[in-house]
Design a protein around this ligand. Structure first.
Ligand code: CDP
Length: 783
């Protein structure tokens, strides 16, 4: 029956793919409204400059250009600045100074997209370049150029954040047999989703109603932000409708509010026409929020035998010119304190300092729950540094130290309560699958012949499902999520959620949860997300929170319906509700399968023959506040061969064992893992965005920013263990980000392992052929 209805655990084909594979997806840029105008944005060529003047006359003289908006136009509207989700403020358009290259300087509204672009080209801005600071370490030194002159605080320090037992950790380090220390830089990268960001804003002057179609992962939060930012202009929340149609990948990059959105709304209010703004590829990669950019110093204290005791981590986080990340308010460095990973450190201490630089805003959670990738990379790298230091096999060292299954729920020394885990189970399965002992033997033989082969492990612990509202909020809005289910008289259902899929397959998987709970076929259940006029309020999809939070809401809303359905079944079967049981996806009189009612029969009765005194209808809503986060985990093993001539790293095999608790749809989960692994390979070997000393972006196009293609992507081998979450209504944990979190360390560890006998302990990612070749030359083994 579970197979027939397409319930939990079935690889149901994705319902949404019917439109995607026929080219019938409905993205923001597909929308065309009558009388629609187009907006394009002029951007700064300088990373830091005073704006002496902006001459818009030539742009305005172009036929078809209707308006040019500059910062000065926004001042009287109190819109030149907007609040960020991190309680900082960000320029919508500058009035006197630009703070990074590609920052928005003016917006042109025209009758056609290319006329708008001509208008942008005709704007003349007189800039006076100012000194630039791009390195956050230099930015924090006394006398550094001040990025944010608008602040009272006259330095580049944003915040200091720390957690853990400093004195206890310091003491543990003093007393330890072995201490390893590693500087790790995790470079700036960009999500580069297939679809860039954009919006169609349509303001109805008569009704005073604003409708926006936009590329956002969190439509409800955006509606509230618009009301807060522009409420004084008459945009009140009941007259704002945010529609997030199909989204071509978000990965965290579509959570922030970009100036372009505010400008498109402003342009529609100003002109009374719908206005479309779609970023081009270069704007997307050069100006939208970035991820990572963490400068980390990590230390691990252990006993001689490798027993891990304490962890101490100091980090400088480069947030660019505005702290515009979307971390939960309480955690400016995100959930970086998951950095104790899969190991029971008795003592640990983590501190992070945020810094401003002349770069676009950084800090977005790129396919991770707020800095978890940085944390997982650091701890998994550090474990290998320790393994090499004490000459112990890295698998053995991990197996020796893992938090054991019986220790769950496990409270980490940095305050998290891990729900469930079986770390040794996952690593052993990965070792079996890849043939670990044979690979180690092969490596010894290869080394004798001078060949370079490495094996890298990453046994990461993830943290997803923000979050319990006692700890998690964004701009004060608690991080619950929601589901509303309506079962129609003919037994078909409409499910609406506060989250928003960007390709994860929600239309299928949420329908599967309802199918499982109500016994309705998955094909009879429509799932709708992303329209704030119809969906219940929720915080959106990022940080793999949909399954842990909205998935919980879905199961509980369905269970509320089942409770009512039971009363109707009792009425139809002329039995007491106490004598009714739910069996084989039907209600039956206990022990009498012949006396049963299907959910379809009950649904019809809910509108036609319900008990006297009972409200008609069969629907429920749930706002789910999870009691805890969920802690998915996995063990990845990567085998690399290194070319001594070119320094090229070739991934020979990569085995990924993941555990996300109860799996709703195995096929979708596998797809999530494949995509995530490729997104983990990317920063490990290819992607990085650098800036020269003048703040010019190096890597602002796909000519220099090397996204892996099918050519570079190895054939991933996946497997799973299943350790359900004890507190989640269906035992599920999130999975969307796991592979991106876990993969980089496995690859980096494999490369370092290949070179470890030469004395190499660490290489910063991306591990490019050039970097490897320099090392091979320095060690005298280059061919
Ligand atoms: O929040 P987001 O949708 O990005 O991440 P997720 O909750 O990890 O889910 C990604 C996709 O995998 C969704 O379609 C989920 O329903 C599916 N999934 C699943 O089938 N089983 C799980 N235990 C976790 C996720």
């Amino acid at each position: 029956m579970a197979v027939e209805i397409g319930g939990i655990g079935q690889s149901v084909k994705r319902k949404e793919d019917a439109r995607f594979i026929r080219g019938r997806g409905n993205y923001v840029d597909d929308l065309k409204l009558p009388g629609m105008l187009y907006m394009d944005i002029a951007r700064s060529p300088y990373a830091h400059a005073r704006i002496k003047s902006i001459d818009t006359s030539k742009a305005l003289a172009i036929p078809g250009v209707l308006a040019v908006i500059t910062g000065k136009d926004l001042v009287p509207l109190k819109l030149a600045w907007m609040p960020t989700l991190m309680s900082d403020k960000q320029m919508v358009l500058p009035t006197d100074t630009v703070l990074y290259q590609a920052q928005e300087v003016a917006a042109v509204v025209a009758t056609e997209r290319y006329i708008a672009a001509d208008g942008v080209a005709a704007i003349e801005v007189d800039y006076e370049p100012l000194p630039v600071v791009v390195d956050p370490i230099k930015a924090l030194q006394p006398g550094a150029t001040i990025v944010r002159e608008d602040r009272e605080q006259k330095d580049n320090h944003i915040w200091h954040w720390e957690v853990g037992d400093k004195a206890g950790t310091d003491k543990a380090f003093k007393d330890a047999d072995v201490v390893v220390k590693q500087d790790i830089y995790i470079p700036r990268i960009h999500v580069s989703s297939i679809e860039t960001c954009g919006m169609v804003a349509s303001f109805d002057k008569v009704e005073g109603k604003l409708t926006v179609w936009m590329t956002t992962q969190a439509p409800h939060a955006i509606r509230t932000v618009i009301a807060l930012v522009a409420g004084h202009l008459g945009l009140s929340e009941e007259r704002i409708r945010v529609i997030s149609p199909d989204i071509g990948g978000g990965f965290g990059g579509k959570v922030p509010v970009y100036p372009g959105y505010v400008l498109a709304i402003g342009a529609s209010v100003l002109t009374g026409h719908p206005v479309k703004w779609i970023e081009d590829r270069s704007e997307n990669i050069q100006a939208d929020s970035f991820a990572r950019d963490y400068h980390i110093t990590a230390e691990l204290a252990a006993k001689k035998d490798g027993t891990m005791q304490a962890l101490r981590v100091k980090t400088i986080a480069d947030h660019g010119a505005f702290d515009a990340a979307a971390n939960p308010s309480k955690y400016p460095a995100g959930l970086f304190h998951i950095i104790t990973g899969s190991y029971p450190f008795a003592k640990s201490f983590v501190e992070v300092d945020g810094a401003y630089t002349n770069k676009p805003p950084g800090g977005i959670a790129y396919r991770c729950s707020f800095r978890v990738t940085e944390a997982a990379f650091t701890i998994e790298r550090l474990v290998d540094v320790l393994a090499h230091e004490i000459k112990k096999d890295p698998a053995e060292l991990r197996l020796q130290n893992f938090i054991p299954p019986q220790a769950f729920p496990y409270k980490s020394s940095l305050g998290w309560e891990y729900d469930s885990g079986n770390y040794a189970g996952a690593l052993k399965l990965a070792m079996d699958k890849i043939g670990y002992p044979e690979l180690r033997k092969e490596q010894i033989e290869k080394r004798k012949k001078g060949e370079l082969m490495g094996i890298g492990i990453s046994s990461f612990t993830e943290i997803v499902g923000a979050g319990p509202s006692k700890h998690f909020d964004i701009l004060g809005i608690k991080m619950f999520d929601s589901c509303e289910i309506r079962v129609h008289p003919t037994g078909k259902a409409m499910v609406r959620l506060g989250v928003k899929s960007q390709g994860q397959g929600h239309e299928t998987t949420f329908a599967q949860i309802v199918a499982e709970e109500l016994g309705l076929p998955v094909g009879d259940i429509a799932v709708e997300e992303g329209d704030t006029d119809t969906a219940p309020y929720g915080l959106g999809t990022y940080a793999s929170r949909s399954t842990p939070v909205a998935g919980g809401a879905t199961a509980i809303a369905a269970r509320k319906i089942r409770e009512k359905a039971k009363l109707i079944a009792a009425h139809l079967l002329e039995a007491s509700p106490d004598d009714i049981e739910w069996k084989n996806y039907k209600f039956q009189v206990k022990g009498v399968p012949a006396k049963s009612k299907t959910m379809q029969e009950i649904a019809f009765a809910a509108y036609t023959n319900h008990p006297q005194g009972m409200e008609a209808g069969l629907e429920a809503v749930d706002y789910y506040d999870p009691p805890n986060l969920t802690f998915p985990f996995g063990s990845y093993i990567c085998v690399v061969d290194i070319d001594r001539g070119t320094g090229e790293v070739k991934i020979r095999r990569f085995v990924a064992v993941d555990d996300c608790g109860t799996i709703i749809n195995p096929m979708i989960v596998e797809g999530q893992i494949h995509g995530g692994l490729t997104m983990g390979l990317a920063p490990a070997l290819y992607e990085q965005i650098n800036y020269d000393e003048n703040g010019n972006i190096q890597g602002g196009s796909f000519m220099d920013y090397l996204l892996p293609t099918a050519m570079e992507t190895p054939s991933w081998e996946t497997a799973k263990t299943t350790t359900p979450s004890p507190h989640h209504p269906i035992g599920a944990k999130g999975v969307g980000e796991s592979a991106t979190v876990g993969a980089p360390a496995a690859i980096a560890n494999a490369v370092v392992d290949a070179l470890a006998h030469l004395g190499v302990r660490h290489i910063d990612i991306p591990i490019t052929p050039w970097k490897v070749q320099q090392i091979l030359k320095a060690k005298g083994v280059a061919e």
